[in-house]
Design a protein around this ligand. Structure first.
Ligand code: GLA
Length: 373
């Protein structure tokens, strides 16, 4: 969980903006809620390597250097992430790390970096696995024997099935192209995760459907709730990408909702999967469910443009029987006890009812996921 400037600022970020965000994260409840990585994206670098082949920083954006900024981040109790690229140049045309893996990791270690996002532009048609493994090996050897882990985010966009080879190489892998802050992008990413939900988990690493676009005013509130519910329950890394100086109170309360965050951070670490869908001209909705350490979670998702009631069948959609308390995770209140099923009434257009099921009996360990293999 953390924050990265890219979705709101692209490469137009500098030392001042990052320090402002550190202060907001620490002072306005984001750190207490779990958001603790401050990550740079493409655009921190100087346009050329130094004479001794080191990556360097853009000194007009970062006049005090990256180490000084990392120290500021750490002094504030946060972790610090950086960006590079498994090609000869980054997507923004700055120097990449391909064939400079060891020397660049040395620079990152010297700067006390805790996280690396490693992108996939200008890759010279060299195989993904080889390029990403080389950086993973460089990170491992530079930190071996030290009490230090550098979180390694494989930002390969899902082009060569990184969910198959990512485990053991990195901690998470992008499963999609870049998110854009509007509904078609959000729903197409949700759809692209249907076949991937089994690949993430605490033993393997995490599917990364890209950073959050929460807090972008042009996205209606109900769609932001849908976005956050899915990313939380898919067990995606939650990296905020909005301008935190401008988030309104309603969205801030959503971002800081500790029930939603608890679903994301649940110790079992299992993603929801799709268990039902219905698509026709007038009605289009689906149901996703999954186990939690202390209950079950369900998303009843109205894809349509009219409000819609959706019924969750405890037996068929969750393998649960008995009496079950239905807890509304977004509004943070109990909807009462139910047997057999629960109907969420009038879910708005593009909206969800995001609920936790408490109690009851899980009568079958086989999950009711639809089979897409
Ligand atoms: C790629 C990545 C994005 C971002 C940009 C920066 O598109 O997928 O997340 O890092 O590069 O140039």
């Amino acid at each position: 969980m953390g924050w990265n400037p890219y979705n709101a600022f692209n490469s137009s970020f500098n030392d001042t903006l990052i320090r402002q965000h550190v202060d907001i994260i620490v002072n306005q409840g984001y750190l207490a809620a779990g958001y603790r990585y401050i990550n740079l994206d493409d655009g921190w670098q100087a346009s050329e390597r130094t004479k001794d082949n080191r990556l360097s920083f853009n000194s007009s954006k970062f006049p005090f250097g990256i180490k000084d900024l990392a120290d500021y981040v750490h002094r504030n109790g946060l972790l610090f992430g950086i960006y590079s690229d498994a090609g000869i140049q980054t997507c923004g045309g700055l120097p990449g790390s391909l064939d400079y893996e060891d020397i660049d990791v040395q620079t990152f270690v010297d700067w006390d970096i805790d996280y690396l996002k490693y992108d996939n532009c200008n890759e010279q048609r060299r195989p993904e696995q080889e390029r990403y493994k080389k950086m993973g090996d460089a990170l491992n050897s530079a930190t071996a024997g030290k009490n230090k882990t550098i979180y390694y985010n494989i930002c390969e966009w899902g082009t060569s099935n990184p969910w198959l080879w990512g485990p053991g190489v990195g901690h998470s892998w992008r499963t999609t192209p870049d998110i854009i802050a509007f509904w078609p992008s959000i729903i197409s990413i949700i759809d692209s995760q249907v076949r991937l939900t089994e690949y993430g988990g605490p033993e393997r690493g995490w599917n990364d459907p890209d950073m959050l676009v929460l807090g972008f005013e042009r996205i209606p509130y109900d769609e932001q709730v849908t976005h956050y519910a899915f990313w939380a329950a898919l067990k995606a890394p939650l990296i905020l990408g909005c301008d935190l100086r401008k988030v309104d109170d309603k969205i801030k309360a959503l971002i800081l909702n500790d029930d939603i965050i608890s679903v994301n951070q649940d110790p079992l670490g299992l993603s929801i999967c799709q268990v039902y869908y219905k698509t026709d001209n007038d009605i289009s909705f689906d149901i996703w469910t999954g186990p939690l350490d202390d209950g079950y979670v369900a998303i009843l998702f109205n894809r349509g443009i009219e409000s819609k009631s959706i019924t969750l069948d405890f037996k068929n959609h969750c393998r649960l029987d008995g009496t079950i308390e239905v807890y509304d995770l977004v509004n943070q209140l109990s909807n009462g006890n139910y047997a057999n099923n629960y109907t969420a009434v009038d879910i708005p257009k593009h909206g969800v009812e995001f609920i936790k099921l408490i109690g009851g009996n899980n009568f079958d360990d086989d999950r009711p996921c639809l089979n897409y293999s």
